[in-house]
Write a protein of this length. Structure first.
Ligand SMILES: [Zn+2]
Length: 318
């Protein structure tokens, strides 16, 4: 890329960190990625490291606040690796976008793009970073084969995000995130009463705009299904299964049918009783929530049925 010399270009690849005198930059990306993860940005940007493998790019005026807000990124990365295996992308940096960026974050490999609206000053909205980081495994490493399988990206990522936050902030914090997410899910299910088919985990988006599948269903119903599986087999066994899943299918695409086969073989071990309790077919191919779906211990908000406070600064996650 060639850019005016006062600007710095960045990509979802190995990045330069500093401007040079020529304005010419070459980018290299060793790992294979799906096309939706290829991204670039150009701006008056500066870099600040926040850890050994982590740093922040932002406009110089907002760089100090951004570096303060995201100071726990390396700790999140270590927590994620302790859960589900090594981070395979080299660096993990953040790029702070202008407020017009319409999402909370986008998990471009090596360089997550984030909205500046999560810079609250007290690190209270950084679960979004845990979310985008978790995509380095669920989504970027094992990628949904089609947008009908979007829940494989997002359900796993929400589950993983909350496990990272549990390690950093404790179980009560993770429980709060679950409660907020659960209220969002109930609200979404109510809103989608007229289109129950779209509350299945496995979507049918043929001849439709893929954005129509971007609802809380993939995120929160997907997460709830994984919580249900964890409760069924116990955390230790479930974690071993998730690690095994990421390791087995890394740098590959995954669709729902293949996932179900892997689940039945590797977690449920062909055990009839476990399979009946797992209710995978109902969770994935039926609308709404199956009977006995796990509910967070208590919902601290939304008793009146109104919308719960949005997570991550009011922007939809990606
Ligand atoms: Zn996501």
């Amino acid at each position: 890329m060639k850019v005016p010399v006062h600007l710095l270009p960045l990509m979802s690849a190995e990045n330069p960190e500093q401007k040079n005198a020529t304005g010419e930059y070459f980018f290299q990306m060793e790992q294979p990625i799906p096309s939706y993860l290829l991204s670039l940005a150009v701006g008056d940007l500066a870099f600040a490291p926040v850890g050994e493998r982590c740093g922040v790019y932002a406009e110089p005026v907002s760089l100090p606040q951004a570096a303060h807000e995201f100071a726990q990124t390396e700790e999140m990365l270590l927590a994620a690796e302790a859960l589900y295996g090594p981070y395979l992308w080299g660096r993990y940096d953040l790029l702070v976008l202008p407020p017009s960026f319409p999402f909370g974050g986008m998990e471009n490999p090596r360089l997550t793009f984030v909205t500046p609206t999560i810079i609250a000053g007290d690190r209270s909205l950084t679960s979004l970073i845990a979310h985008e980081l978790a995509h380095s495994w669920s989504g970027n490493l094992v990628t949904n084969a089609t947008w009908n399988d979007f829940w494989l990206n997002e359900g796993f990522t929400v589950y993983f995000e909350r496990r990272i936050m549990e390690k950093l902030e404790g179980p009560a914090y993770a429980e709060m995130l679950h409660s907020l997410g659960y209220q969002d899910l109930l609200h979404t299910l109510e809103e989608m009463k007229g289109t129950p088919g779209d509350t299945r985990l496995r979507l049918s988006l043929e001849n439709r705009d893929p954005d129509e599948g971007l609802t809380e269903i993939a995120y929160e119903k997907g997460n709830l299904f994984l919580c249900h599986l964890e409760q069924l087999v116990g955390r230790e066994k479930f974690d071993a299964f998730v690690s095994h899943y990421f390791r087995t299918f890394r740098f590959q695409s995954m669709d729902t049918a293949r996932f179900v086969l892997f689940l039945e073989k590797e977690l449920l071990n062909g055990n009839q009783e476990l399979q009946e309790k797992a209710k995978a077919q109902a969770w994935i191919y039926q609308p709404g929530l199956p009977p006995g779906a796990p509910a967070p211990r208590r919902g601290p908000v939304c008793e009146s049925g109104g919308a719960a406070p949005a997570l991550a600064g009011g922007h939809p996650r990606r």
